[in-house]
Write a protein of this length. Sequence first.
Lengths: 523, 401
Amino acid sequence: MIKSILIIGAGHNSLVCAAYLAKAGFQVTVFEAADRVGGAAITREFHPGFRVSAGAHLLYLLDEGISRELGLESHGLSMAKTGMDTISLDPGGNHVRISGAGVHGVSAQDQAAMKEYHRLINRFAGVIGALHNRVPPRMGTTNRVDLLALARIGWNIRKLGKNDMREFLRIAGINMFDVLQEKFDSELLKGALSLDGTLGTFLGARSNNSVFCALHRLSNGGRYSLPAGGMGAVSEAIAGAARANGAEIHTSRPVKSILMDFDHVSGVELESGEKIEADYIISGADPKTTYFKLLGPQNLEAGFAHRVNNIRSRGNVAKLHLALRGVPEFTGLDASLTGERLVIAPSLQYVEHAFNHAKYGEYSAHPVLEITIPSLHDDTFAPAGRHVLSANVQWAPRELKAGWSEAKAAFQETVIDTLAAYAPGIRTQILHMELLTPQDIEAEFRITGGHWHHGELALDQSMMMRPVPGAAQYATPVTGLWMCGAGCHPGGGVMGSAGRNAAQALMKSVGKSVGEIRRVKET
Amino acid sequence: MRTVHFDSREHYKNKVFPSPFHSRQAELNQKKQWGRWFDYLSVNEYYCETMEYFAGRNSCGVFDLTPMTKHLITGPDALAFLNRLVTREVAKIKPGRVGYAVWCTDEGQVIDDGTIFHLREGTYRMCSQEHQIDWLSINAVGFDVTIVEDTHDVAAVALQGPTSCATLKRMGLAGVENITPFGLDYFDFEGTELMVSRTGFTGDLGYELWIHPDYAETMWDRVFEAGKLHNIRPMGSNALELLRIEAAYIMAGEEFMPAMQTVRPTHTRSPFELGLGWLVDFNKPNFNGRRALLSEKKNGSRYALVRLDIEDNKAANHSYVYDSKGKNIGWVTSAMWSPSAKKNIALATVEAPHGEIGEDMKVEIYYQRELKWSRKMARAIVVKDAFWNPPRRRQTPPADF
């Protein structure tokens, strides 16, 4: 009997999960609320003729193994730009350019320090990255597989050697501010590097856990790319692979609730009222949406529901989309570099001060920006001669004291003022502006709190604690219900690992090898 | 309403409150044996522990249970909330009825036990040994339910013993004799509402009286006035402890460690390990601890709580328990010489698979006579029934003794 699997949401992790399970012979059906696949990895129009990657706008974590195994290139994935440099913009025009271990515009001392920092951080990020494609072990069991996995984590750290291991243990839990302050002089360099640990989080440069976030972000080498056709093209390619493997994907069919038959899940009810049965339900939605909105806490035990309720998932990033008359000119920046990853984070203090506002429910008076101009690399984004600017802007807390409906216009002005300090002519170039606050992101992508990662990435919400103990191995306490989204290990970023891990965990629990299931399907 | 707001800056000055019956208790408390029971001053012993105990078995003892933690649970989801919280089927507790219940962590370990009073359709009072408002609030997420800890808003006494019904009738509570065990009814008392439930912690005929604290003293006076001819006596917590051991009722902190206060992971107990398997209803699709308890039912429990009938008359408090071959298999949790059952009795925790009815065990009793310590290995038999369980406990209407 072929097991039927129903996947809620067609975000990239759901699609990866669907692709692997369909390949293994399961009967897989995906239901997506939006009119296209991709979740927060989509490309859409925001002004007639102007398109943008509306959620994630850079690709830097997609697992190469997944890409290869699913044959994403044969399903149409290609890159418009790879190996993007990061430019730390200086209001005076003395920008700093970071390309991998190399850095221009700083002292020789800083250049040397950067080489060592790059080596170290990449080594440490590798330790974190090695965990990404594995189901996290359970704590406190005597199960041999779990114990071996725990031992492997220990061994990966020990393998760094005495000096690097000490440094790893010293910095992995602390903050970017302290670490960068020890190593560099250039404020522009430090400011830009601190974003590795603070983008997309409720952490300032001085907040502990920010180094851990940086290691997560850099775990795949920290190379930024722009997919041809935007992030939606990545999702389309994965969906193509899933369909080719036999998965059915339905868009514009939102799931309303997960249905229970006594003490196990039996299917879902769609918003349309249609009920669909399945042997397994896998939710790609975030944990709070899955457990509270779709399942209902009444179907959970109270201790577990309490842990889910306590997941920190307040979004902090706004997304700015500008339709421009032409290429914006940044003071002192060589025009050939405008298409790189531009950041406004001129010093560590600037970043920390920007964060301070978020602590008190305010948006940053001088926000941090991560800017891309994808139309410079891909002519499908804007009409000829026109351009699109896409930027992550933070901090913009989900729960704004003043209320977003009241404060949004003023915040837009603040953001454009900030941009104009570096690109003075930009105001006159704007044809159309779209600013997505975390509330807008929550509404558009159906993510609780509008949080990129479906829940803050921090040591206490990672690995066997992600999303919460008791559900960190992709199976949930509710029989038949599984999770595969960014709320699970290893977390957010367009990576796909959570989706693949979930598929593998489910296959293992069904107790059949891929080949076996295939044989059943063929007969 | 007297609900105390502990967020007041002055709360520390008033950590322990006098009970609404305090003026009357102070008069009767000849031994000045005051104790603390959570937020209240409570009497351990009024004049003689033994005499107070005998009032509970032979006439009528009055025990102040105001300090017991009480919660009022209302709202459209009250039943669903309680059903997820406790292991038993709460729908079976009809309006006007009371049910004993136990509630667990997700791991199936007992947090506390208590009683659920279905006061009126959809309105419940839950009484517990321990403070539970934190856990109840955690449980409320996702339910349309209102939970108020109203310990301070209700004055309550237990009236326990064979002449308790006669006393209430003489007090003028017409029809009180028709209340069946675990039933409750309402009466007019000087213009306010008096709730009487046929419940208690003594395993005997007995009632509990619940009223607004403003009427507490008047009610106390009227009860004692009516009980004069029925040998009514105040009863302290020491006497109640003896009565509840005879009834084989378990007590948090003695028979089990409340899970929320337990640090060592193996020191908690499941309902099965406390002999409360009859309270676990797997016909409910979901309740806290269900999965863990299903697995325990399949794979076996670690412990059993047993009732021991021990030879001789030396109370076996704090004794080790051995199997017939002399292997240490557990310990006594509560013990006494039972004057009513005329037996040397104990409740004990033993390791699985021990605990079969009729199983032969030994307890190691240390006892002191004029300072000299002696030790005795006494034979103990596991018995099925509670040590004290008289027919009058169930008889409706009860006879006038």
